[in-house]
Design a protein around this ligand. Sequence first.
Ligand SMILES: C[S@@+](CC[C@H](N)C(=O)[O-])C[C@H]1O[C@@H](n2cnc3c(N)ncnc32)[C@H](O)[C@@H]1O
Length: 419
Amino acid sequence: MHPNALLDMATELVRLVLRLDAPADTIVSGFLRQHRQLGPRERHALAETAYTLLRQRLVLAHLAQSGSGALERRLAILAWQGTDSFMRRALGPNEQQWLEQVNAIDRSGLPEKLRHNLPDWLAQALRNEVGEDFWPLVAAMDNTAGLDLRVNTLKAKREDIQAELAEAGIQAELTPYSPWGLRIAGKPALQKLPLFIRGDVEVQDEGSQLLAALLAPKRSEMVVDFCAGAGGKTLALGALMRNTGRLYAFDVSGYRLEGMKPRLARSGLSNVYPAQIAHERDERIKRLSGKIDRVLVDAPCSGLGTLRRNPDLKWRQSPKALEELQAKQTAILASAARLVKPGGRLVYATCSLLSRENEAIAQAFSEANPGFEFLPAAAALTSAQVQGAEALDSQGYLRLWPHRHATDGFFAAAWQRKD
Ligand SMILES: C[S@@+](CC[C@H](N)C(=O)[O-])C[C@H]1O[C@@H](n2cnc3c(N)ncnc32)[C@H](O)[C@@H]1O
């Protein structure tokens, strides 16, 4: 494709993602689907340009002020993630000159806001969470996420998959904490590899894998994944149960549950029972009250722990939205807890970095439910064969951070129901 045409497309994509009226990954994948003529490198350049713009929105908007022509085009030029020389062939002499001037600016001298690229409320909230780690956290969230795989231990061994990947020219390291994880260098296409088609691996952040480890379901147990979505955690739980017992995968979204089907088919699991529920107090839930060995609540949350993958969330979330989420999280956790039988385990998890969705919800639950005993994460994870689990524990909670653990940001709290 001619550079002019590709830059025009990038400009159009920038216009679409800046509306912030839908998740950026939905907009980007929809846009790329409409332009099937694009090659893989062109797709990559367009997608990464859109994500870079969302990551660095404030500084790029500031720098774009000095140019002329359509603002979206200036932003696309500044955020461009394809080959530089290719893009420059689309620029007129004035644009070339402007770009030289902008590139010469020392960004480290710009005001803080233009360096962290966060809305004020979120910058303040993150400073409150991590104090002097604020800038390392900002830097980690500015990177693209790595690619982690979870080996489906029902079908394969981690070392064998590592060797098979090496044969295909793909370097993979063992993840430091998850006993089933592999971390891949770069972003190779995996979907066509036999090991992926066979269902021997799933793409899953190491942090997500550790939530399954914390719930630690056993053979023949009755387990509920309360907010199962497209089944990322469900599949990990089913494999830990060695395809025995019963694993209910509930969600209010039939559309998301539908997304589980192809993954379930690949996984070889037959112990999973997906079911759409109307809300957290659904009749189906009531019928299972007090009967379940282990319940995972992977609660709907702000998703702010996933900014490496979903940088649009920092612009799409708000303190008001957080309040609504907190009410929902509290209600879902209270309902899910009723399922747990005496001696059973309950885990509440989010992919948020903010205490108000995490410790605050867990502490309120502990106070309101003396029949549930708090289980410190380090001990529970160590029993689940997680190495170095102390490094993941903060005051008994599982707390994962992009800048400390090279995972998405995750939180989890675990309890055991007393007899
Ligand atoms: C963080 S996502 C779950 C991701 C999923 N566990 C995975 O690993 O892929 C939260 C899910 O909660 C679901 N949800 C929202 N409200 C709910 C409710 N009241 N009861 C059950 N699920 C709910 C959403 O549809 C969404 O799929």
